[in-house]
Design a protein around this ligand. Structure first.
Ligand code: E4P
Length: 217
């Protein structure tokens, strides 16, 4: 499984990238608004830091306008992927863009059927939002499983990104069902590294090393 970071914060991206476990980044207008920076230059900076797909979202709603916007966004860097919400116009635009070699991450996916349509349109990635499903008392991980089952039946090449992740258990559950990618917020990826027994273990080893290090032959 690959880990993407779900943020537009370049400091967070640099930090997690330095751990050697990062394969991509997803942004959206909400995440970019939090940073208070110009959109294209932020995406360009992120794309230069991480060697992997960087999702930038198109905000046009009509097919032709989505295609135009996506073509512009794809010029920012070779590794930019265009996020497009699933709508009839979004599907139509995805079909055109994928035939041009422009990669699409079809977003705001909440059902197996939506994921099926996105794959048929040629999306390179689909992003089911599992946390938002849990928020309304649906089972986000169950929807992920449905999507995995459907894709395996037909050997679709579309990669599934578990998105809207709220806590480390979501990442573990996604990994257990064999998801391709999880896009994880910074605070969640930090929590994934931590374990209190690791901290206690390090403390004890360092304490004991202080006793050992001055022993003579
Ligand atoms: C995915 O690509 C989205 O950016 C993100 O995961 C949405 O998460 P949220 O539901 O926490 O806003």
């Amino acid at each position: 499984m690959k880990i993407f970071l779900d943020t537009a914060n370049v400091d967070q991206i640099r930090e997690v990238n330095s751990w050697g476990i990062l394969s991509g980044v997803t942004t959206n207008p909400t995440l970019l608004a939090k940073e208070g920076r110009e959109f294209k230059s932020t995406v360009k900076e992120i794309a230069a830091i991480v060697d992997g797909p960087i999702s930038a979202e198109a905000v046009s709603m009509k097919k032709d306008e989505i295609v135009k916007e996506a073509r512009e966004l794809s010029k920012i860097a070779d590794n930019v992927v265009i996020k497009i919400p699933i709508t009839p116009d979004g599907l139509g635009a995805t079909k055109i863009l994928s035939s041009e070699g422009i990669k699409v991450n079809m977003t705001l996916i909440f059902s197996g059927n939506q994921a099926l349509l996105a794959a048929l349109a040629g999306a390179s990635f689909v992003s089911p939002f599992i946390g938002r499903l849990d928020d309304i008392s649906h089972d986000g991980v169950q929807v992920l499983s449905e999507i995995i089952n459907v894709y395996q039946n037909y050997d679709f090449e579309t990669e599934v990104i578990a998105a809207s992740i709220r806590h480390p258990l979501h990442v573990l559950q996604a990994a257990q069902i064999g998801i391709d990618i999880a896009t994880v917020p910074y605070d969640v990826v930090k929590k994934m590294v931590k374990h209190s027994l690791t901290d206690i273990g390090i403390e004890k080893f360092l304490e004991d090393w202080e006793k050992v290090k001055n022993y003579k032959k």
